[in-house]
Design a protein around this ligand. Structure first.
Ligand SMILES: NC(=O)C[C@H](N)C(=O)O
Length: 655
């Protein structure tokens, strides 16, 4: 048997090989024993990885309070060193080695206690404690080969990153992508579109100075990114840089010399890391459809950027509009203007849009949106050019590439999608947030609270309890008004339980659907590490389980914990719980730590209804426990003749 540290070491190897495998398939396979749903210990390699490495981490979350982050290291200055000519080049196999020795990025003592001594250089890394109430963040670095200066990155690299996120999505709580800064905004924008119904935090970061140098922004950027990915549920592709968290598709690289390299010209940052961390939860863009996470891994490369300048020749424009080009992002003047006296130019654009080329109008200005307030801008609208609102060129180009690759959409749908706010990349007039509430203000006044700190504390206390009572009574109207008053419907209470946890525990299907429609995360975990799905399972609310699973929820407890739940249900004759676990994705053959399955326990405790249910759902009869006993051996030992008979009836009689 493997020692625990060996197990972890093996696991780390498997992480790497898993990610190396060029596998386009979904990471979860299905098995007939659970009605075609993803089993907890699917035969697919990434599931094995879960079983070997992160399983223990996850199983112990109740006591350890940890979260797991996967770091995809693509390259960039953060891991560069100078070569013999003094030029910065990416250095393979150096970053992790350095991080293992950096006491503010890795807590060797904790890792040794957690994963055993001897192999700690291969076990996951552990961030030092962030405080008594904060989760301990464990992370694994997966280094790409070769590491790239981001100027050398292509759409293929974005696709590879997206696929790796898909493969490891269920295995980690959050993700960090280490990336060069030069094209970081393109990658972040592209990923924001490719990662559909994203429910977990993805942070892209890098640095201006290599992390190996004494004075480097790499340490703070990396640390901040890990903290956000491991602590906060911000289901977006974000950029963390220089103490600020931005929506990725709103960023532009603005400086190659300053450590404040990024800007988000048309959207304030989502969070600021000062003395305290302040997250603007109301600005977080959340998926509001009841659908699971999916990766769209195709991009259309026939797109380009066209920046206007006075006296641009018609030949230049014509050359760009030529096939195979299918989409163009124009950067026009001011609020979206082109010279209205250049009829040749406008005619050429009109001809192209008539031929099905999508042309998006964005502004050359750093701030502001395209608006048809001048005659010069209105001419473009009339020529079929699509107003690009306040999208950055990076966002507009990658969105265009994504939208054009959607074969299921016709041209008109594609046009509409370019004007639709898909991932928070553009501001629509009506997407402005409501003015914050008077409710809290009135109460604060009567309690003589005045500082903004006191107001925030009041909100933190007031809203969760008001929301909780509305959830309990299923009062959607109240929930809606609380949201209007500024309540964050995704916020956890002191135990980390969100309104979705409460609604799932109560079995309030309508509230669950309402909250999912408002972007509530199916992945948030309470203090004990339980997700809303586990709350629904322990309440046997099957309709709620079905909706949560449809929305991408999955069991996060370790396989043995799930095995124990199944065994305990079977021992007590609790068929209902077996059904709930199965519907939540558990494999009915998942054994407990002693390799006993639910069928063993049902046979032992003479639970006939459980045996029938398990056999009907193709539970395996020949599994042996640690004593080498099959369920039939157990039934024989305890002289449960009926069960013995059931176990000898051929499989076809049950299915
Ligand atoms: N600061 C950086 O990371 C710049 C580097 N040239 C890159 O984009 O990879």
């Amino acid at each position: 048997m493997l020692s625990s540290s060996r197990k972890e070491t093996e696991a780390v190897k498997i992480v790497a090989s898993t990610l190396e495998a060029d596998d386009d398939s979904e990471i979860v396979s299905t098995s007939p024993s659970n009605g075609g749903r993803p089993p907890i210990d699917a035969a697919h390699v990434p599931k094995k990885l879960w079983r070997h490495s992160s399983m223990d981490v996850c199983a112990n979350l109740e006591t350890k309070n940890e979260s797991k982050v996967l770091v995809l290291y693509t390259g960039g200055t953060i891991g560069m060193m100078r070569n013999e000519n003094g030029a910065l080049v990416p250095m393979a196999n150096a970053l992790e080695r350095m991080i293992r020795k950096a006491i503010h990025l890795h807590d060797e003592k904790y890792a040794t206690a957690r994963f055993g001594a001897g192999n700690t250089h291969k076990a996951p890394l552990a961030l030092p404690s962030l405080g008594p109430d904060a989760k301990r963040i464990l992370y694994t670095i997966y280094e790409y080969e070769p590491l790239l200066d981001s100027s050398n990155m292509t759409m293929d690299d974005w696709i590879n990153i997206a696929k790796d996120l898909r493969r490891s999505y269920e295995l980690f709580d959050g993700f960090v992508i280490l990336h060069g800064t030069d094209t970081l905004s393109y990658t972040a924008s592209a990923l924001s579109f490719m990662l559909e119904n994203l429910g977990k935090t993805v942070i892209v970061t890098g640095s201006q100075i290599p992390i190996f140098e004494i004075r480097s922004d790499g340490r703070d950027n990396f640390l901040g990114a890990l903290i956000v990915a491991g602590t906060y549920c911000i289901p977006e592709v974000c950029v963390f840089f220089n103490h600020k968290l931005y929506r990725g598709n709103r960023t532009v690289k603005r400086s190659n010399g300053s450590l404040d390299a990024f800007d988000s010209p048309n959207l304030p940052s989502l969070a600021h890391f000062g003395i305290d961390v302040h997250v603007e939860y109301r600005s977080v863009f959340r998926p509001v459809t009841i659908d699971r996470f999916r990766v769209h891994s195709i991009l259309n490369r026939n797109v380009c950027l066209l920046r206007l300048f006075p006296s641009i020749t018609i030949q230049t424009v014509r050359a760009l509009l030529h096939p195979p080009i299918e989409g163009i992002v124009m950067q026009t003047y001011g609020s979206g203007n082109v010279p209205s006296n250049r009829l040749d130019l406008i005619d050429e654009l009109r001809r192209a849009t008539k031929n099905g080329v999508l042309i998006i109008n964005t502004t050359q200005c750093c701030h502001g949106a395209v608006q048809a307030i001048y005659e010069t801008g209105a001419a473009l609208l009339e020529a079929g050019v699509i107003p690009g609102a306040d999208m950055t060129p990076e966002a507009a180009l990658t969105k265009l590439s994504y939208v054009l690759s959607k074969d299921e959409w016709d041209l008109e749908t594609k046009r509409q999608m370019m004007m639709t706010n898909l991932r928070g990349e553009l501001t629509l007039p009506h997407t402005k947030l409501d003015k914050e509430m008077e409710l809290v203000e009135a109460l604060a006044r009567s309690l003589h609270l005045s500082s903004s700190e006191e107001m925030e504390q009041l909100k933190d206390v007031l809203f969760p309890s008001l929301i909780c009572s509305a959830v309990k009574t299923g009062d959607l109207y109240k929930l809606e008004s609380l949201e209007r008053y500024g309540a964050n419907l995704s916020a956890g209470d002191v135990d980390g339980r969100t309104p979705l946890h409460a609604a799932a525990s109560e079995g309030r299907l309508a509230v669950v659907e309402f909250l999912l429609g408002r972007g509530a995360s199916v992945h948030s975990r309470d203090r004990s590490g339980n997700t809303p799905l586990m709350s629904a399972v322990t309440g046997d609310h099957n309709d709620v389980i079905a909706v949560l699973v449809q929305c991408g929820a999955h069991l996060t407890s370790g396989p043995h914990t799930i095995g124990e739940m199944l065994c305990s249900a079977a021992a007590r004759g609790n068929v209902k719980r077996l059904i709930s676990l199965m519907e939540a994705g558990a494999d009915l053959n998942q054994p407990d730590v002693s390799n006993r399955t639910a069928l063993h326990l049902a046979a032992h405790h003479n639970q006939e209804s459980c045996v029938i249910f398990l056999l009907k759902n193709r539970a395996l009869r020949d599994k042996k426990d640690d004593f080498g006993l099959t369920p039939a051996d157990v039934a024989r030992k305890f002289e449960h003749g009926n069960i013995l008979k059931m176990l000898s009836v051929s499989e076809e009689n049950y299915v």
